[in-house]
Design a binder for this molecule. Structure first.
Ligand SMILES: NC(=O)c1ccc[n+]([C@@H]2O[C@H](COP(=O)([O-])OP(=O)(O)OC[C@H]3O[C@@H](n4cnc5c(N)ncnc54)[C@H](O)[C@@H]3O)[C@@H](O)[C@H]2O)c1
Length: 326
């Protein structure tokens, strides 16, 4: 029996998942819903299966999926997940899972109460390069870590406003913040300074750039830069993470390569396995078998990355250090 999968929100991100899911012989794509009907029809055509809908409840009634991928803009989460959970449908939710932490926590609790399989789209958790960095770090002390996601302003219409996007830390750099948790454990506190005024665009209210200093519970200090003001897209900015150990530096370049460099040695490794396939396969396997142990970013864990990023926003707004509880 094939696993019946449907999508709500069929913009850019959905296409990446669909491209992988169509190759899984044990998956049937049964429905695609978007508030822009042509987008749902377009994904239907891409998949060569399923049906397009303009209302998600109708889709859930009619297509009866066991799994729902929620790939809507950050401010549109909530009711969709609640409806799916009430129907016992397993959830793949794109990050950021909501802009309101309380809402996300409630959804997480509802999904857990129903024992549903959940996965949040922190794709980098399935990247072989990240595991390589972990291996290189083994047996070494780490003191300082710095990282960045700096580029231009993404073109999607919901991006320029906090109310629909959450800001660049919450929407985009959350991937690196999550990677910090993945590699170094939980944060204790964060201070974040942001600046505005470079991007002059009607309706835009985001910070153009920021730097967050995170003290981890382990004592490791992490500095992460975030910026969307670079008109050139910042092709040479060192996006990713640099890990400074006692006798070496490990540089992870965003979804590209990892370099180990010590006094005597330099090793460069590019990625080998398509991590988006690994992520989708892992999630579908978990749904089919009920064994969720291989999912690296279940909703309950992803909540902690969302909390950290929202704490950065709070710190930028208040100018205070924000303590992060467990
Ligand atoms: N995991 C990743 O690496 C990654 C990469 C890119 C985007 N994303 C995330 O995926 C989400 C979608 O991003 P995108 O790039 O596909 O954006 P997009 O604007 O291309 O697509 C979003 C789609 O959702 C539709 N939509 C809006 N409100 C809706 C609603 N209430 N119900 C149904 N459809 C609705 C829009 O019409 C649009 O087609 C965002 O949260 C983004 O942060 C994740």
């Amino acid at each position: 029996m094939k696993t019946r999968v449907a999508f709500v929100g069929t913009g850019g991100r959905s296409g990446v998942h669909i491209e992988r899911l169509v190759n899984f012989e044990d998956v049937e794509l049964v429905g695609f819903m978007d508030v822009i009907p042509e987008r749902a029809q377009g994904r239907c055509a891409q998949a060569g299966q399923g049906k397009a809908y303009d209302d998600y409840k109708t889709m859930l009634d009619d297509a009866a999926p066991e799994v729902l991928y929620v790939c809507v803009p950050p401010g549109e989460h909530g009711a969709i997940e609640r409806e799916a959970i009430a129907r016992g449908i397993h959830l793949f939710v794109e990050k950021p899972m909501a802009l309101d932490l309380k809402e996300a926590e409630e959804i997480g609790a509802l999904a857990a109460a129903k024992n549903l399989v959940t996965c949040v789209g922190f794709q980098d958790r399935y990247l072989d390069l990240v595991e390589l960095c972990r291996t290189w770090m083994q047996g070494r002390e780490v003191g300082l870590v710095d990282g960045a996601w700096v580029g231009g302003l993404p073109g999607v219409p919901w991006y320029p406003k906090y109310s629909t996007c959450g800001g660049q830390i919450v929407e985009q750099n959350i991937h690196i913040f999550d990677m910090v948790r993945n590699l170094f454990g939980e944060p204790a506190k964060v201070y974040c300074a942001g600046g505005r005024g470079i991007i002059q665009q009607e309706g835009y209210d985001l910070h153009d750039y920021s730097s967050a200093v995170i003290t981890m519970q382990s004592g490791v200090v992490v500095t992460l830069h975030t910026g969307c003001y670079r008109a050139d897209g910042a092709p040479n900015f060192p996006n990713g993470l640099s890990i400074h150990c006692t006798d070496c530096t490990i540089r992870y370049s965003l979804r590209n390569q990892a370099v180990f460099e010590s006094k005597d040695e330099k090793i460069l490794q590019r990625w080998k396995h398509d991590w988006q396939t690994v992520m989708n396969r892992t999630f579908i396997d978990a749904v089919r078998t009920g064994d969720t142990s291989a999912i690296r970013s279940p909703y309950a864990d992803a909540l902690k990355s969302l909390r950290l990023c929202l704490a950065c926003n709070e710190s930028m707004e208040t100018g205070n250090v924000v303590l992060i509880g467990d």
